[in-house]
Design a protein around this ligand. Sequence first.
Ligand SMILES: Nc1ncnc2c1ncn2[C@@H]1O[C@H](COP(=O)(O)OP(=O)(O)O)[C@@H](O)[C@H]1O
Ligand SMILES: [Mg+2]
Length: 456
Amino acid sequence: MTRKRFQSVAEKVAHDNSRLAVARGESAVTAIQDGISIELAPNARLRGRYANRHGLIAGATGSGKTVTLQTLAEGFSKIGVPVFLADVKGDIAGLATGPSPVQFLDCYGKQGSPLRVSIAAMGPAVLSRALGLSDVQSSVVDIAFAYAAAERLPLESIRDFRQVLGKLLAHREAISATLGQVSPVSIGVIQRALLRLSSAVSIFEPPGFDPATLLGTRDGKGLVSILAADELIKTPDVYATVLLWLLSDLFDRLPEVGDLDRPRLVFIFDESHLLFDNCPPALLQRIEQIIRLVRSKGVGVYFATQSPADIPSTVAGQLGNRIQHALRAATGKDAKEIRAAAESLPRNPALNAAELIATMAPGQALVSLIGPTGTPQPCELARIHAPTCKLGAISNEERAKHFAAAPGAKPRPVSRWRYAQAVFAIVAGWAGAGLVLFAGAGLGFYGLRAAWRLMF
Ligand SMILES: Nc1ncnc2c1ncn2[C@@H]1O[C@H](COP(=O)(O)OP(=O)(O)O)[C@@H](O)[C@H]1O
Ligand SMILES: [Mg+2]
């Protein structure tokens, strides 16, 4: 008998693991007896019951994160769980070619049904973050919101917000006495920050998007909502802001549900380091709180990022299901990150996690999922199944199909200008019809009279 040759340490460990599993009498069938689950790899099952314990998908570029997100999304959809994901590079869109019902969303309304947020819905804290304001400047935003509420001023679009700021400046003496100090300098900074945000202006427009439309199912399959974010990601703060708003709004609306056999919704943050870069402490606290509490509302949150170190420890500590793809070891700092990533996984004495993380092939991962007893299992080397759908981007035609047919898709919002055009068209239409009738009647009368005269 010839000895089996392995190309990498990773393959050898995978082979040994599967032999061990067979020796222990485990098989795919016995493994699912503790409830509904998703098979991510022959030796890795994500239990529906614990899918609301959140998760982390980490790895270098090209290591297989996006493909894993697609496999996860298809798996959740198959068991009837709706999924929301943001598509930063356009390569998640391939999901639309698979078996899951897909709806495309786009903040700019070009590549999907429009997802727009009113300034009021976004709230002062999240808006201040999008504008990159200091504490003092943020407090002026708080005052602007309080003032708009007290004076019943509209706060839908950026234009509305500018007008409120204008009034704040004009009446700052009186306002300072009741609501707090408002300095013209701060207002100037906010106005300039709003100008910088002008590329994102169309996001902050009525009508708002109802995050509850993410909760749909179709023929028992969970709806997969894909936010086209290639444009949005160019303003990272706004990207983070929109996603945070969605999660935060769902959190505020959804009721407590206790233990479910599978989540009500799974929310996937790709490039999630952007959520935490320059994140003010108050907002970080809010994120931590949402992640901690949204679990009992049946929502699972999955963060995808390059290195686990991108996620603050207070949040990372709450991520129960972990999929670590390969990291590259080019510099000393990388080596340190690899060690840290290995240490963040529940230890498996049978394998050298750090060595595997540095050598795994694309699609391979060290996986530690919550086990039948509700605790994270030791990490195992796994080869993640490829999804049923096409990998990579899709054509505009393919995308358009899901754009138009999207369940829960709303018609394109009507801007004030288009509204005025429509009103003008209707008025002009009626006037024209009236004119034609009038002229027709006149002509008819003239004709009849002429005929009468000719005959008699
Ligand atoms: N589970 C997998 N099965 C088969 N091929 C995979 C798998 N994961 C990754 N690959 C291959 O590796 C490539 C890069 O994966 P990708 O998910 O885009 O990496 P990342 O998102 O981490 O940059 C894919 O295009 C695909 O060819
Ligand atoms: Mg990717």
